[in-house]
Design a protein around this ligand. Structure first.
Ligand SMILES: [Zn+2]
Ligand SMILES: [Zn+2]
Length: 258
C-alpha cells in the first residue's frame, strides 16, 4: 500500500514541533507525496498556536513545489468554549481541513468514558469538523467505540489511524491496539478512515509504516483510505462543504522566490 497524502503534520507553530511549513512541504515533495495538511495544535495546548495564526494561513502557499498544502488545525475538544472546540467556528470555516483531538491539560484529564464520548459527539456534529485524531488513546481519554464510530458514519467524519500511536516513544505508547480497533470498526460500519503520520519534524512527514502495516493486517486496501492520494482527499473535503480559501495562497515553487 502506498499513500500519497498525509493529513496530520505539525510545524514550529505547535510549540513542540521542530520544522516549518516550507520544510514539511519540501520533505513531502522529496518523498513523492501529492498533498499534506498542516495541522498545528490549537491554543488550549501549552504554546499551541493563537487563533490569528490559523486565520492568516491564507498567506502560505496552497501548492508548494507541486505539493498541495491544506491549511488546517489539530484543534482540541475544549469544555470552555461555545462550540466545544478551542477554535471558534469563524476560524474553522476558513480552514481547508479541520482535525480535532483530545490532548493532555486541555480540560479532559481523568474524565470518564461517558463524559469524553458525549463531549466528542457534540464536536463531531459540527459541520466544520473533518477528522478525529488518535481516537484510540484509551489510557488517557477512553471513548465508547460504538457511539463514536456511529457518529463518524452519520456526520462523515474521518477517524484517524495514527502512526505515532504505535511508536514506543509516544505519549500514547501502547494504544496502537485500540487505534486498530477503531479503524476496523470504522471501516466495517462505512465510516471514513485515514492514516496520519502526526509528524513533529519534516522528515517524518509521510512516514506511517507502522499504521500502514496495521491497516494491511486488518485487510485494508488503498481504496479504503481517504488519504490514498490528493484527488481522493479533495473530493472528500469538497463534498462535505465548500473550502473557501483552498486556492488562496497560490501556486509557488521555492527556488523561484529565493
Ligand atoms: Zn494529537
Ligand atoms: Zn498531532
Amino acid at each position: 500500500m502506498r499513500l500519497l497524502a498525509d493529513l496530520h503534520t505539525h510545524t514550529l507553530a505547535s510549540g513542540h514541533a521542530y520544522s516549518t511549513l516550507t520544510e514539511n512541504a519540501r520533505a513531502a515533495a522529496a518523498g513523492g507525496l501529492e498533498l499534506i495538511a498542516i495541522t498545528d495544535h490549537g491554543p488550549a495546548v501549552p504554546q499551541g498556536a493563537h487563533p490569528w495564526y490559523f486565520w492568516n494561513l491564507k498567506a502560505a502557499p496552497s501548492v508548494l513545489d507541486g505539493v498541495r498544502v491544506l491549511k488546517g488545525c489539530e484543534a482540541n475538544i475544549s469544555p470552555d468554549s461555545e462550540n466545544g472546540i478551542d477554535l471558534p467556528d469563524v476560524v474553522l470555516e476558513v480552514l481547508d481541513f479541520v482535525a480535532v483531538g483530545f490532548h493532555p491539560t486541555t480540560g479532559f484529564d481523568k474524565q470518564d468514558r461517558k463524559h469524553n464520548t458525549e463531549s466528542l459527539l457534540r464536536v463531531m456534529g459540527n459541520p466544520f469538523v473533518d477528522m478525529i485524531t488518535h481516537p484510540g488513546n484509551e489510557h488517557e481519554f477512553p471513548l465508547d467505540l460504538d457511539r463514536v464510530v456511529q457518529a463518524a458514519v452519520d456526520n462523515r467524519v474521518i477517524l484517524e489511524l495514527n502512526d505515532h500511536s504505535f511508536a514506543p516513544t509516544s505519549a500514547r505508547a501502547g494504544s496502537g491496539y485500540r487505534e486498530r480497533e477503531f479503524a476496523a470498526a470504522a471501516r466495517d460500519a462505512g465510516a471514513p478512515v485515514a492514516i496520519g503520520s502526526d509528524a513533529h519534524y519534516a522528515l517524518h512527514v509521510g512516514r506511517f509504516d507502522a499504521a500502514v502495516a496495521a491497516a494491511e493486517e486488518l485487510g485494508f486496501a488503498e481504496a479504503d483510505l481517504v488519504n490514498r492520494d490528493a484527488a481522493s482527499v479533495l473530493a472528500f473535503l469538497t463534498s462535505k462543504r465548500e473550502r473557501i480559501r483552498l486556492d488562496a495562497g497560490g501556486v509557488w515553487s521555492w527556488p523561484e522566490v529565493m
